[in-house]
Design a binder for this molecule. Structure first.
Ligand code: UDP
Ligand code: MG
Length: 316
């Protein structure tokens, strides 16, 4: 098999505690797969600093100056995980044949990259890394994360179950990805939408060896919400169903009032007037806020702001 000309892209946000470990682990692994003839000798590793506030960039710069295999990309501020990945990929689109993205903490087993490259050599354009064993995650992390994929799938977002951003992509996939001009980038949903031949590789998710998660619950919820509203208007449809139900209820109430009037009973008093008003105005609020959410999204997209800005690249 022809060796793959590979670029490994690693987004880094405040990862000073683990970067040296990540570097030496990947370096040893690269030496290994180069020797096996799996990747070309000029395959490289790219660390993208996503506006870290600690010494992450200094470490990356230092590594790239002493090691020709390391490329450092520095974003001008924190743009977020997804944009950091995209910056590393798009900036090198013309220089490599295939790309693997992996988190800086190496919680995703790097040995799975070997299998990814093999699937790639067999013709897959995208290879998804799938966590089939999350026993190292806390019960909470596991159930919220798995719930997230299930809910997404139920709503019609084409995510691969238990696949995060550990994947191999052919250059062609990146070219097509470039045509998705949306600002709210949710790679896990977009990549499956691009199509082409794909495959999966299974691995066991490991524990973070140093540093702490950059995805606390609040950020995870925001990420999930962003993914949902970027891909489906299911929540809006839910409000529509609710509205229809409400309308039917209102009709029943009206019928009751009319009948009560015809029969000559006393007209229902204050409670029955104020209750529906409160109820329906509350409902209107929910509906409006949801509409506002989508208008906000449209606003973002119309502005078409750049998703990231590279400040500098060392050791290109
Ligand atoms: N990350 C990033 N920008 C951010 C937040 C996170 O580049 O704003 C990177 C982080 O350095 C790591 C990856 O995204 O390489 C995933 O983060 P983390 O491991 O903390 O998430 P978890 O595995 O806990 O979900
Ligand atoms: Mg992690």
């Amino acid at each position: 098999m022809k060796p793959a000309h590979l670029l490994l892209v690693i987004p880094c946000y405040n990862e000073e505690a683990i970067l040296h470990y990540t570097y030496s682990t990947l370096k040893a692994y690269y030496a290994d797969i180069k020797q096996q003839g799996l990747i070309t000798p000029d395959s490289k590793i790219c660390f993208v600093n996503d506006g870290s506030r600690d010494r992450t960039w200094e470490i990356i710069e230092e590594l790239s100056l002493k090691d020709a295999d390391i490329i450092g990309v520095k974003l001008s501020r924190n743009f977020g995980h997804q944009s950091a990945i995209l910056a590393g990929l798009e900036h090198h689109i013309d220089h490599f044949d295939c790309f693997v993205t992996i988190d800086a903490d190496l919680q995703d087993d790097i040995n799975a990259i070997t299998a990814m490259i093999q699937r790639y050599q067999e013709g897959a354009m995208v290879v998804y890394g799938v966590r089939d064993d999350r026993s190292s995650d806390s019960w909470f992390k596991r159930s919220t994360a798995e719930g997230f994929y299930k809910v997404m799938q139920k709503m019609g977002v084409p995510v691969v179950f238990n696949h995060a951003d550990f994947r191999l992509m052919d250059r062609r996939i990146l070219q097509e990805l470039g045509h998705f001009r949306e600002v709210n980038l949710f790679l896990r949903g977009i990549i499956p939408m691009i199509g082409f031949k794909s495959n999966k590789v299974f691995y066991k998710r490991l524990e973070r060896t140093a540093g702490e998660t950059k995805y606390p619950l609040s950020k995870m919820l925001l990420f999930a919400w962003n993914g949902i509203t970027s891909f489906t208007n299911f929540p809006m449809r839910l409000v529509l169903y609710f509205g229809v139900l409400n309308f039917m209820l209102a009709m029943a109430i009206v019928t009751y009032i009319v009948v009560a009037y015809l029969v000559g009973e006393t007209i229902p008093g204050w409670t029955s007037t104020i209750l529906p008003i409160t109820f329906f105005s509350g409902f209107n609020m929910i509906a409006l806020s949801l509409i506002g959410e989508y208008i906000g999204k449209i606003y973002e997209e119309v502005k078409a702001r750049p998703r990231y800005i590279i400040e500098k690249v060392v050791n290109e």
